[in-house]
Design a protein around this ligand. Structure first.
Ligand SMILES: [Zn+2]
Length: 235
């Protein structure tokens, strides 16, 4: 498949304004993505072959840092490593508009820009949101954490990065899915204590232990219903 002719101005704007901030790219990851893009899509090729060592040397990075950046870009869906061999990596690049974690954003500036020239399928968002596996990439997991705004979904305590995790409201053993309707950001303690119990029972336990006030319990039970109904959107 040959990529269509690129609008370089649009591509660069998308890269700087949407892709890099939304995927939370580090300076090194930005440099690697930008370099690989220059040698692929910008010159009309979808795929490119490169050696991590040469990439590292060109960008003034350590080999470990360059390898790490390629791996993370792959995980985020910004590129796909198709082959690793002695002669190097073979990768297929993704345009910002083709990166799933970004495309799913409902109100994203990318969609607005896409309408102006690159043909982003904005209407695909709602249905793909329903089928998205939110454990799949770092960006999607972050979207769930962002939705709870740094508080545990169950006990409402603040959850700094070290103590927060994602919990399946309906446990996987009971066929709970990795959907935004079934994943919440919570503290490790709640995640452990809840175990395979139904979430509503667990909330009532927190109330009995004095960890939630009656009003908070009501609000959490309501949030649980809204979550299942798909009203608490992630992304
Ligand atoms: Zn908690």
């Amino acid at each position: 498949m040959k990529p269509k002719k690129l609008n370089a101005k649009l591509l660069w704007t998308q890269f700087e304004d949407v892709l890099a901030p939304r995927l939370g790219l580090s300076v090194k990851e930005r440099a690697v993505y930008s370099y690989l893009l220059r040698h692929s899509l910008v010159v009309g090729k979808l795929r490119l072959q490169f050696a991590v060592m040469a990439l590292a040397r060109t960008l003034g990075l350590s080999i470990g840092a360059a390898r790490q950046a390629v791996r993370r870009l792959d995980e985020l869906g910004a590129l796909r490593v198709l082959e690793r061999s002695k002669s190097g990596h073979l990768a297929e690049m993704r345009l910002p508009e083709k990166i799933r974690a970004i495309r799913l954003h409902k109100n994203g500036a990318l969609e607005a820009m896409g309408a102006a020239g690159m043909g982003v399928p904005g209407e695909a968002s709602a249905s793909s949101l329903e089928t998205t596996d939110f454990l799949k990439t770092w960006a999607l997991r972050k979207a769930i954490h962002d939705r709870e705004r740094g508080a545990c979904f169950y006990c409402l305590r603040r959850t700094p990065g070290k103590v927060r995790c994602l919990d399946h409201v309906v446990p996987r053993v009971r066929f709970g899915r990795n959907s935004f309707r079934n994943l919440v950001s919570c503290c490790i303690e709640c995640n452990t204590r809840k175990g395979d119990r139904p979430a509503a029972d667990f909330l009532r336990t927190l109330y009995r232990l004095g960890r939630l006030t009656p009003a908070e319990l009501d609000a959490r039970l309501r949030a649980l219903k809204e979550l299942a109904a798909g009203k608490l959107r992630a992304l």
